[in-house]
Design a protein around this ligand. Structure first.
Ligand SMILES: NC(=O)c1ccc[n+]([C@@H]2O[C@H](COP(=O)([O-])OP(=O)(O)OC[C@H]3O[C@@H](n4cnc5c(N)ncnc54)[C@H](O)[C@@H]3O)[C@@H](O)[C@H]2O)c1
Length: 408
């Protein structure tokens, strides 16, 4: 029997979410091929992944707009998503709007609230969770869905010193009941509510979400799959490809300076030092893990350059030492469109998570490490090795399927 799968996007009007919805609808209408989707590559042939074209989308946001308006705004600012495409998809995009509601503002921080022109409600922590759970349940019921996957694509939250109560589910729940609002950020409430509603969770952002011990414990207990954090789409992807090469050739990396410029709404949020702190920590961790030399100088800067919009530029300067102390330099410039890199990966993660759920897999989905800057439950950051983990996973399932067919 074909499963009906709901994808609930947190930050549904954001650039990545909008491009994911438009992309899936364009594929469904036969107006785009599946280039850029990892799960549509040869490796996955025969795996019975749920098709992107059948996904039912829903979600929430703090801003008040619509998917079609968000897509039109994206088109104007980035000269992508042609008018004819959006015209053709307009009826479908309007339908998605029926499934989009208000998000949790509690703990989102001043910068996000200002940019979203939103206000925090007077609700208690528990009320926020209960209301969100009701929205998820409604999405499932209204659309007669067999399973729902919650995908966090919201703005990067401000840094939060992880409270000691986050170490266990019992203490986390106690903290919610005590209404200690200052100790919460929306992503952990979203993940808690998602698990309570029997949904798998994908955290594409650097925010805490399901990665805290209390929620890892909850996912294990309820046998729900989850993964995160922070999609690996550009500069960090390059770092985790190149850094192993320096190690393999026994070069000493003296300095790795990464300078990023971006001008989209994500960039505006990251202009706040507290939100930026959450992002740069993830970006630096991968490199430090591959090159554990304490003498190596590293820095990741992220600067907001409004005119660039979604066309991010990363300039990396790598100073290294080889034979007889000879110093050399490698530089690269990455100019990618952030949402066109990220949105297919969000769809890939949704597909692979739905598949894992169907197979009864739960806890951190470690085979998805190659999608993340800071993968959950995995210490491996080298991209090629991470891809091998995914390949092995796919091969295991393909072999299982063949064995079943032979037995029949
Ligand atoms: N684009 C990439 O290459 C890439 C890579 C890795 C991670 N990410 C992360 O993905 C996320 C989305 O990026 P984007 O470019 O789409 O950003 P965006 O600013 O365009 O979209 C974020 C959306 O989230 C909404 N939002 C903020 N707080 C919310 C809350 N508490 N509840 C519900 N909605 C909320 C905002 O109103 C906005 O519409 C960011 O956290 C970003 O760091 C992006």
């Amino acid at each position: 029997m074909k499963e009906k799968i709901g994808i609930y996007l947190i930050g549904a009007y954001g650039a990545v979410a909008t491009c994911a919805i438009v992309g899936a609808k364009a594929i469904a209408a036969g107006l785009s091929d599946e280039r850029g989707l990892v799960t549509s590559s040869e490796l996955f042939r025969g795996l019975d992944l749920p098709p992107v074209k059948d996904f039912v989308f829903g979600g929430c946001d703090l801003r008040k707009t619509s998917v079609l308006e968000a897509a039109n705004e994206y088109r104007q600012r980035n000269n992508l998503l042609p008018t004819e495409l959006l015209k053709a998809l307009a009826p479908e995009l309007k339908k998605v709007n029926d499934n989009i509601g208000e998000g949790i503002a509690l703990g989102a921080g001043a910068t996000i609230l200002k940019i979203a022109r939103a206000r925090q409600k007077q609700n208690s922590v528990l009320q926020e969770v209960e209301q969100f759970r009701a929205r998820l349940a409604k999405f499932r019921k209204d659309n007669k869905l067999d399973q729902v996957i919650v995908v966090n694509l919201a703005s990067t939250e401000p840094h939060l010193d992880v409270p000691p109560e986050y170490k266990s589910l019992k203490d986390f729940e106690k903290l919610m009941r005590a209404n200690a609002a200052e100790k919460f950020v929306p992503s952990v409430l979203y993940a808690y509510a998602a698990f309570s509603e029997d949904c798998a969770f994908v955290n594409f952002t650097p925010s805490l979400a399901s990665g805290i011990p209390a929620l890892t414990e909850m996912a294990e207990k309820l046998r729900l799959p989850h993964s995160g954090k922070d999609g690996k789409t550009g500069e960090t992807l390059m770092k985790t490809v190149l850094a192993p090469m320096f190690m393999a050739r026994n070069f000493k990396v003296l300095a790795w300076e990464g300078y990023n410029m971006l001008g989209n709404r994500d960039g505006a949020v990251l202009d706040d030092p507290s939100n930026k702190r959450s992002k740069t920590a993830d970006k630096d961790k991968a490199l430090r893990s591959i090159i554990p030399d304490p003498d190596m100088h590293t820095r990741v800067s992220i600067e907001y350059v409004p005119s660039l919009d979604d066309w991010k530029t990363a300039w990396d300067f790598i100073h290294f030492e080889g034979f007889l102390g000879t110093k050399m330099v490698l530089q690269f410039i990455w100019q990618g469109n952030d949402s066109m890199l990220a949105s297919p990966l969000a769809l890939d993660l949704a597909r692979l998570t739905a598949f894992a759920r169907r197979k009864g897999e739960y806890g951190p989905l470690t085979h998805l490490a190659c999608f993340y800057k800071n993968p959950m439950g995995v210490t491996e950051h080298r991209f090629d090795r991470q891809v091998q983990i995914l390949e092995k996973y796919v091969e295991k399932h393909l072999a299982g399927k063949k064995n079943k067919q032979v037995k029949k």
